[in-house]
Ligand binder design. Structure first.
Ligand code: URA
Length: 189
């Protein structure tokens, strides 16, 4: 990633007023992670904690995600975390208009970060990057692709927090993701 281009993109996101969320946010939430991530996790949209800090996944679901990252044997500087939508939507909704307005930012972030593996979190990120994927309950843990690179869908960590019965599925999907990472990252060394 060239730092200047990334910095310009970050400033463009921070100044964006393409949808109404740009007027109500506290902070645009752009990125958390290393400069050359091996894996980029794509979530949905910032919540309260993210809006307050300007950093993605720093609330309860973020702690669950960070635990999973550690369990995969990855350091935080080996991963990146982004969202479909960069500004906090009201009442946990995900307005289609904002997803579309942010889409060029999402694509540019993925292009510049150029991770060997992408992981979508939850049904919205999956539907956005792999429109022909089956429902998330079928798709989670099964390798797909985005622009000729491996993409592994996972359940959203918030879903696992709200429904503890999903914990075994989440663990099994992480195991499958681990297997993909071992294969792909060995190849890119
Ligand atoms: N949920 C998301 O999808 N993204 C965040 O940044 C936080 C919670």
């Amino acid at each position: 990633m060239t730092t200047v281009t990334w910095h310009r993109l970050t400033r463009a996101i921070e100044r964006c007023r393409r949808c109404p969320l740009g007027h109500t946010r506290t902070h645009a939430v752009v990125y958390r992670g290393g400069e050359r991530p091996s894996v980029v996790f794509v979530g949905e949209a910032p919540g309260r904690a993210e809006d307050a800090t300007g950093r993605p996944f720093v609330g309860a679901s973020g702690r669950r995600l960070d635990r999973a990252i550690a369990e995969l044997g990855l350091r935080m500087d080996e991963v990146g975390v982004i969202n479909l939508v960069k500004c906090r939507p009201p009442e946990n909704r995900l307005p289609r208009r904002s997803v579309l307005a942010c889409r060029p930012f999402l694509e540019r972030q993925l292009e510049l970060l150029d991770p060997p593996v992408i992981v979508t979190l939850g049904r919205h990120a999956l539907a956005e990057l792999v429109p022909d994927a089956p429902p998330i309950t079928q798709a989670a843990g099964r390798e797909r692709s985005w622009n000729r690179r491996p993409l592994v869908p996972l359940l959203h960590p918030a879903a696992v927090l709200h429904n503890p019965k999903l914990a075994p599925r989440w663990a099994a999907d992480l195991d499958r993701l681990g297997a993909v990472l071992r294969r792909v990252l060995r190849q890119t060394l």
